[in-house]
Design a protein. Structure first.
Length: 71
């Protein structure tokens, strides 16, 4: 089973994606901002990360750049 992280500052988007993915039997985790996403990525292994681009504080591009540095 694939483990997926959804990163988005809008709860409704996270909820909709979670419902769809869990229906398809994926294991889903959420982060409501880039900082939380990076903390989770340091302690968990995700097969897929869906990341919003426009978020306050740390935007999606910065999150993806940092994730690449962690690997």
């Amino acid at each position: 089973m694939s483990k997926i992280l959804i990163v988005d500052d809008e709860q409704s988007i996270r909820r909709a994606l979670r419902e769809i993915l869990e229906f398809e039997e994926f294991e889903v985790d959420e982060a409501d901002n880039g900082k939380v996403a990076l903390e989770k990525a340091k302690s968990e292994v995700y097969d897929i990360i869906f990341c919003d681009i426009k978020m306050p504080e740390i935007d999606g591009i910065e999150v993806l750049d940092e994730l690449q540095r962690l690997k």
